[in-house]
Design a binder for this molecule. Structure first.
Ligand SMILES: [Zn+2]
Length: 282
């Protein structure tokens, strides 16, 4: 299919014309604002938008591709840099606000019960590439799931004793070692909670991520934190459910409006009764 010049509408022969950011320009139109068909003309065209080119032509501006390239080749990068800086500034502001006004914080998730907002901070890995964070309303919280992965921890003292025993008492020591060192303890390798939001985004807060004995202080404090977290999430969920019940009571408002329509003579008595029954579900 033949390509057309976006400025003059003429057909552009194969492998001719200049490709703009958002369009095509024929060689004739290119010539009007200084593109001469050399290598740099094509590079410069890539930097330009159709709007810019149209301006050049209507205002009879003639550019020098070499000069233009020198001055504008980094424009896109500069714009990107500015955008990144703006994004970063916005992120910093949001984070500072949540840090100051948080009701609770678990892992990288901040809660503000006053504004009913949740802030999920970016991970450090993402920081290198792009600002990645999420802000949700409490009522965008859809649910949570806890994960506790059981594992076993071999008693280390027992193992070393079995070696000593083995050296001294031969096979008998190894048997003792099997009995004492082989004993396992109740432990977990992972304790975490995963939050799901209404847009299906999930966020996991990990409390334990290496084998930890269930009778250890670390485990007990992690359990306590997990419980607090669940309690908080349950409260949010309950509130969200209350919110939906409140919309149920807007039935009353609907009925009032309906009565008004009846009083204004817009609805007949029959229509009003039918609609009323429908709203009240009777
Ligand atoms: Zn043209």
């Amino acid at each position: 299919m033949a390509k057309m010049c976006d400025v003059c509408g003429n057909e552009i022969p194969k492998r001719k014309g200049y490709e703009l950011k958002d369009g095509l320009v024929c060689e004739n139109c290119g010539l009007k604002f200084g593109l001469t068909g050399n290598y740099r003309s094509y590079l410069v065209a890539n930097l330009l938008t159709l709007a810019q080119v149209t301006d050049f032509i209507t205002q009879k501006t003639v550019i020098t591709p070499k000069e233009y390239w020198k001055n504008h080749k980094n424009d896109d990068k500069l714009i990107q840099k500015e955008n990144d800086a703006e994004e970063k500034a916005e992120y910093d502001k949001i984070k500072a606000d949540f840090k100051e006004n948080k009701t609770a914080k678990f892992g990288k998730i901040y809660f503000n019960s006053k504004t009913r907002k949740i802030f999920i901070d970016q991970s450090l890995v993402n920081l290198l590439y792009k600002t990645v964070y999420h802000v949700y309303d409490y009522n965008e919280f859809a649910g949570y799931q806890t994960t506790e992965t059981p594992t076993t921890i071999t008693k280390k003292h027992g193992v070393s004793r079995s070696i000593v025993g083995g050296l001294v008492a031969g096979t008998a020591g190894a048997v003792i070692g099997a009995a004492t060192g082989g004993k396992s303890y109740d432990a977990v390798s992972k304790l975490s909670i995963t939050l799901t939001f209404t847009d299906n985004h999930t966020s996991e807060v990990v409390f334990i991520n290496q084998p930890t004995k269930t009778d250890s202080l670390i485990y007990k404090s992690a359990q306590r934190e997990l419980k607090d977290f669940c309690y908080m999430l349950e409260n949010i969920q309950n509130d969200n459910q209350k919110d939906t019940t409140v919309t149920g009571s807007s039935n009353t408002n609907d009925l009032r409006e309906l009565k008004q329509l009846l009083d204004d003579g817009i609805l007949t008595e029959e229509e009003f009764t039918a609609k009323k029954k429908q709203i009240l579900g009777i």
